[in-house]
Design a protein around this ligand. Structure first.
Ligand code: SF4
Length: 344
C-alpha cells in the first residue's frame, strides 16, 4: 500500500533538468520536519536524481512505487531523530525473527504479525547453528523477536541455544506465560536471559486501543510472573508523540524502573502502521537481523525489500560481511556526494 503523504507534487513529465527542483523546494518550504512529500512523475529517471538530491539536503527518500505507469516517490522532510547509540559496531548485536505469527494484531506492527500471519519459522536447527557462529564472530547480544516467540513449542530450546552464545533478550507481549510455556521459561538461565515486554501507556486505554482489549492488564500479569520467576524485565513502550513518551517516562520514574530497563520508541511507519516516523535505510545504522527468508539491515523492516541484504544466512560470517560491505559503500556514496557539493 503506498504511503500517505501530507503533500502530493504532481510533476507530470518534468525532471530535475526541466523545472521540478523549484517546485520541490517550494513544497519543502511549506513542510515541517518529518512531513512526507510525494512526488509523482511519468519520468522514471527522476528517482535517481531525487535520491541524490535527498542525500545532499538531509532529507530521506522513504518509499518508491509505480502505479498505472506513474512513478511515485515519498520524501521525508528533514533528518530522522538521532539515537544515542550510533557508535555501536555493526555486528555487535544480532536479531533473530523466530516466527512472524502472533497472538495479537497490533495496529502498528512493523512486520504485519497477527494470528493469521504465516509462521515463517527460522527453526531450532538454524537457530542453533546461528548461535554457534555468532559466538565465534564475537556477537555481544542476541535479541529474539517475532511475531510472538512464545507461540513456538520449542522456544525454550531456542532461547537456551542463544543464551549459551551471548546474553539474550527475548521480546514478547507477555501474554503467554502459563502451562508448558511457563515451564519452558522456568528452565532458562536468569543470568543470561532478559525479557523485554511491551507496555505502551501508563493506563490501559492507549495500549488496548493499539493492541486489543484487556492486553494491558494481561501484559502486567506477565511482567509480574517473569519477575517472580527471577528474570530481569525491560519495559518497552511504543508511542506516537514526544508527549506520550514523556508521560510514560514519568510513569516509569514513579515505579522506580531503572533507566537500563526501559525502551521508549516512536511508531515506525512500516508494516501495518499508517502513521509514524518514516525511516529509510540511510537513516538506520545496521543491526543485523536474520529471518527465515534471509538477512536484513535492521529489525524495524524485517520483511521489507529496501532493507533486505541477502538470502544466504550461512556462513553467518559472510552474511555479516555483506551487511558491512553495503554499509561501507553507502557511507562512501554519501561522502562522495558531500565532496561534489563542496563549492570551494
Ligand atoms: S507488535 Fe508485537 S505483539 Fe503486536 S502484533 Fe506485532 S509482534 Fe505481535
Amino acid at each position: 500500500m503506498p504511503l500517505t503523504a501530507k503533500f502530493e507534487l504532481d510533476a507530470g513529465s518534468r525532471t530535475f533538468a526541466t523545472g521540478l527542483l523549484p517546485e520541490l523546494i517550494a513544497a519543502l518550504r511549506d513542510a515541517d520536519p518529518g512531513d512526507l512529500i510525494a512526488v509523482v512523475s511519468t519520468e522514471a529517471s527522476v528517482g535517481v536524481d531525487l535520491d541524490a538530491w535527498c542525500r545532499f539536503t538531509h532529507n530521506s527518500l522513504v518509499d518508491t512505487s509505480v502505479e498505472d505507469g506513474r512513478n511515485r516517490w515519498v520524501v521525508r522532510c528533514g533528518e530522522a531523530p538521532r539515537h544515542a547509540d550510533t557508535q555501536r559496531p555493526v555486528g555487535s548485536r544480532l536479531w533473530l525473527y523466530t516466527n512472524f505469527d502472533c497472538n495479537l494484531r497490533c495496529d502498528y506492527c512493523c512486520v504485519r504479525s497477527s494470528p493469521k500471519a504465516p509462521r515463517r519459522a527460522l527453526g531450532l536447527e538454524r537457530v542453533r547453528r546461528i548461535a554457534v557462529e555468532a559466538a565465534e564472530l564475537g556477537v555481544g547480544e542476541i535479541f529474539v523477536t517475532g511475531g510472538e516467540p512464545f507461540l513456538l513449542g520449542d522456544i525454550g530450546e531456542i532461547l537456551s541455544a542463544c543464551a549459551a552464545a551471548a546474553p539474550t533478550t527475548v521480546l514478547t507481549n507477555g501474554l503467554l506465560f502459563a502451562g508448558r510455556r511457563l515451564e519452558a521459561l522456568r528452565a532458562l538461565p536468569r543470568d543470561r536471559l532478559s525479557l523485554q515486554i511491551s507496555v505502551d501507556s501508563p493506563t490501559s486505554e492507549r495500549h488496548d486501543r493499539h493492541r486489543g482489549k484487556g492486553t494491558w492488564a494481561r501484559a502486567w500479569k506477565g511482567i509480574e510472573r517473569a519477575r517472580i520467576e527471577g528474570f530481569r524485565v525491560r519495559l518497552a513502550a511504543t508511542v506516537s508523540t514526544d508527549t506520550e513518551a514523556e508521560e510514560f517516562r514519568r510513569f516509569l520514574d514513579r515505579r522506580q524502573i531503572a533507566e537500563q530497563d526501559r525502551v521508549i520508541r516512536h511508531i515506525a511507519l512500516r508494516g501495518l502502521a499508517e502513521q509514524g516516523i518514516a525511516l529509510a535505510r540511510a537513516d538506520l545504522i545496521p543491526e543485523i537481523t536474520v529471518t527465515a527468508e534471509g538477512v536484513y539491515w535492521h529489525p524495524v523492516g524485517a520483511e521489507d525489500g529496501d532493507l533486505f541484504v541477502t538470502a544466504d544466512i550461512f556462513p553467518l560470517a559472510e552474511a555479516f560481511a555483506a551487511v558491512r560491505r553495503a554499509f561501507a559503500q553507502e557511507h562512501a556514496h554519501q561522502h562522495r556526494l558531500a565532496t561534489i557539493f563542496n563549492c570551494a
